[in-house]
Ligand binder design. Structure first.
Ligand SMILES: NC(=O)c1ccc[n+]([C@@H]2O[C@H](COP(=O)([O-])OP(=O)(O)OC[C@H]3O[C@@H](n4cnc5c(N)ncnc54)[C@H](O)[C@@H]3O)[C@@H](O)[C@H]2O)c1
Length: 396
């Protein structure tokens, strides 16, 4: 397999900061040739650490480097601009979540990728985590029957949450009801260095076309695990013959079906192996009365921690798409759909809790105000790509 030249744009705190050590471990697939960040100190520091060339502007990056893939981890409001520019330069893209902050911005990216025949993958990592890949196998294997309801309370929210609810429901989203409330909190800086002065709380209730429903409760302070919020969450998937609670799978012994039908918990076991001094998950296995479910880690030969597996998975998704001329596993359309559900939740809350149906056909108030504040803050509209890529997008 020939190696792909990759550059990372936006080396910041979390997106870029988490991707770089993983790219470095995928040496058989990627040559990390450049790191670009408008903050010169950041570009130089990471470039030195990873033996790559530093850049402070993407115009210079594409002029001087021959790139197969770019990993874009600039703040979300800048995603569409950097992605459209890189697509026009003929570079395949993996971009951090959300794909973009509004659907028109997302559509600019999808059109640019299509026009230039480049692949576009989105780094949605939640469903790629070993635990979630394993639970997907449990549900697909029929252990809990047909999924009817999903609860994700105090877990991930926004587009990440929507992505998980859509996956677990196994259907197309039909409608959403959103409720939101903002309350003040004392000024805090969380462990990811995000600043909070209020708690933006949301609740979403979704219906899917296969009759499944889902309930999500989330806030920025819950996500940050600050002030004691979200110290314990509920992740429950109710099926016609069993339930998944967290990582435990409840099924009823055949003999008890008519005498209480109490679910008996079954806990999966993890097997690890040592790879270059790193404890790597080899497999997750679960023994049920009528079947054994096993998830084998397809990346077990890499020295990846459990948290790094999802990042490696998405980086390999775009590599495979480029090398084999196939579509990436998640891709722009599912990312768009998850962001559409997220926007729908916010819009429903704004419209006096009116239930909204999918697809959203008109520009929502939520998106209109995002576009307005973008223009007010940066002095150009969202579709002025040239002006946008000269803009520094500050961290929140
Ligand atoms: N998937 C996840 O779980 C997850 C978690 C955290 C962050 N993210 C995403 O990762 C991305 C980055 O988040 P972060 O917290 O690391 O942000 P950050 O602000 O810490 O880093 C972004 C970097 O981009 C640079 N930058 C800004 N404008 C630029 C431009 N025009 N050209 C080049 N560089 C520019 C900044 O200097 C900064 O170093 C965001 O899209 C965020 O939503 C995803």
């Amino acid at each position: 397999m020939s190696k792909l030249n990759i550059a990372l744009v936006g080396a910041g705190r979390r997106g870029g900061g988490a991707h770089l050590p993983v790219i470095a471990k995928l040496k058989d697939v990627y040559n990390l040739v450049a790191i670009c960040d408008m903050d010169e100190e950041v570009a130089n520091r990471y470039a030195k650490q990873y033996g790559a060339n530093p850049y402070t502007h993407i115009r210079d990056l594409v002029k001087r480097e021959k790139l197969d893939v770019v990993d874009i981890t600039v703040p979300g409001t800048a995603h569409h601009a950097v992605a459209c520019f890189m697509a026009d330069a003929g570079v395949n893209i993996i971009i951090e979540t959300p794909i973009a902050v509004t659907l028109p911005m997302t559509d600019l990216m999808i059109e640019a990728a299509k026009k230039n025949s480049v692949k576009l993958e989105v780094a949605e990592n939640y469903y790629r985590a070993p635990r979630e890949r394993f639970l997907s196998k449990v549900i697909e294997g029929g252990a809990i029957g047909t999924v009817g309801r999903i609860y994700r309370i105090f877990y991930e929210g926004g587009y990440h949450g929507m992505s998980m609810l859509r996956l677990r429901a196994g259907g197309e989203p039909k409608s959403i009801l959103g409720v939101s409330q903002t309350t003040p909190v004392i000024p805090i800086i969380d462990r990811m260095k995000r600043h909070h002065t209020d708690e933006r709380w949301t609740m979403g209730f979704l219906e899917f076309d296969n009759n499944a429903t889902a309930l999500m409760v989330y806030s920025n302070v819950i996500h940050a695990r600050s002030l004691g919020r979200g110290q314990s969450g509920i992740s429950q998937i109710d099926g016609s013959k069993g339930t998944v609670v967290g990582e435990e799978i409840y099924v009823v012994p055949a003999t008890d079906l008519e005498t209480g039908a109490r679910g008996v918990p079954h806990t999966p076991t993890r097997t690890t192996i040592d790879v270059d001094g790193v404890k790597v998950i080899e497999k997750i296995e679960l023994e049920l009365p009528d079947q054994v479910v096993t998830w084998d880690n397809p990346l077990k030969h890499y020295p990846l921690s459990e948290g790094q597996i999802a990042v490696a998975d998405e980086l390999l998704s775009i590599a495979n798409a480029v090398l084999n001329d196939t579509e990436p596993e998640y891709g722009a359309w599912l990312a768009r759909q998850d962001q559409e559900m997220n926007i729908g939740m916010s819009e429903s809350a704004k419209q006096s809790r009116e239930t909204l149906t999918f697809p959203l056909t008109d520009l929502t108030e939520t998106e209109r105000s995002t576009h307005e504040s973008y223009e007010k803050q940066h002095g150009h509209p969202i579709d002025d790509i040239e002006a946008s890529i000269d803009t520094f997008f500050a961290r929140r």
